[in-house]
Structures are given as structure tokens and as C-alpha cells.
Ligand binder design. Structure first.
Ligand code: SF4
Ligand code: SF4
Length: 131
């Protein structure tokens, strides 16, 4: 039997989504999933979820977003934000997810030989991790 997706108001006002909004200053529910961000992301090929998919998980209050490598691959280049017709700054959302992951002890920086990532992504990630 196919699993059902709970799109009730309670679900969509999930504490996780509100926490991400609080940390990022960006309203995840402003996103209407047009996909322009993902189409313009230069690192999308290296992500395990596209930027709009990351936003969707946040909208649904799905904390599995914290286990994705995508926020760590994001180099905060801002290409997504300038393309977004709703003005969502996804780089800030990615930063909030990194913060929450670190607070929960989930380290997902993909520094493994079988999982290379672009050099600029490394630079961006280290910059974010520098106090
Ligand atoms: S471009 Fe903006 S509205 Fe479109 S999917 Fe990305 S975040 Fe959502
Ligand atoms: S800021 Fe991150 S998610 Fe947005 S286009 Fe750049 S690498 Fe992709």
C-alpha cells in the first residue's frame, strides 16, 4: 500500500520548519517549487537533493533534511537566490540546516575519496565552519 503524505496545517506548521525559518530569516513556505533555483545551482550535480527539494523537506517539517549532504555542498554562491521569483535566499536556509545539523551532532561534510566535491564548495564550507 502506498504511504500517505500528511499535508495538514499541523504538519506544515512543523516546529522544525519554524526553527529553520527562525535561524535563516527566510520563510520556507514562500517557495512554490518552481525549480529555478535548482536549474541554476552550479553544484546541483554534486548534491543528494536539489535545492528546491531541500526546501520541500523543510516545508514538510521533515528532519531528514539534516542528514543530507546538500547543505554542505552548497558554497553560498547565491545563484539560487537571485533567480528565485519569490525572493527566497536558499543559501541562508542551507546555513540554518548546517547549524541545526551541527547542534544535533550530525556531521555530514562529504570528505571521502568516493565522494569528491568541488573546490569552491570546500572553501565555502570551511568559511562557514570558521568561528
Ligand atoms: S526558485 Fe524559489 S520559489 Fe522556485 S523552487 Fe527555488 S526557492 Fe522555491
Ligand atoms: S547558494 Fe548553494 S544552493 Fe544556491 S546556487 Fe549556490 S551552491 Fe546552489
Amino acid at each position: 500500500m502506498a504511504s500517505e503524505l500528511d499535508l495538514s496545517r499541523d504538519r506544515l506548521d512543523a516546529p522544525f520548519a519554524r526553527r529553520v525559518e527562525e535561524l535563516s530569516g527566510e520563510n520556507p513556505y514562500a517557495c512554490y517549487q518552481c525549480g529555478k533555483c535548482s536549474a541554476g545551482c552550479p553544484f546541483a550535480d554534486h548534491m543528494d537533493a536539489l535545492p528546491n527539494q531541500v526546501l520541500r523537506l523543510v516545508q514538510l517539517g521533515d528532519e531528514s533534511a539534516l542528514t543530507l549532504s546538500a547543505p554542505w555542498v552548497c558554497a553560498s554562491c547565491l545563484a539560487c537566490g537571485v533567480r528565485c521569483p519569490k525572493g527566497v535566499d536558499i543559501a541562508k536556509t542551507m546555513e540554518a540546516l548546517r547549524l541545526l545539523a551541527l547542534r544535533k551532532g550530525i556531521s555530514h561534510f562529504p570528505l571521502t575519496p568516493d565522494r569528491p566535491c568541488p573546490q569552491i564548495a570546500l572553501v565555502g564550507a570551511f568559511r562557514k565552519l570558521t568561528p
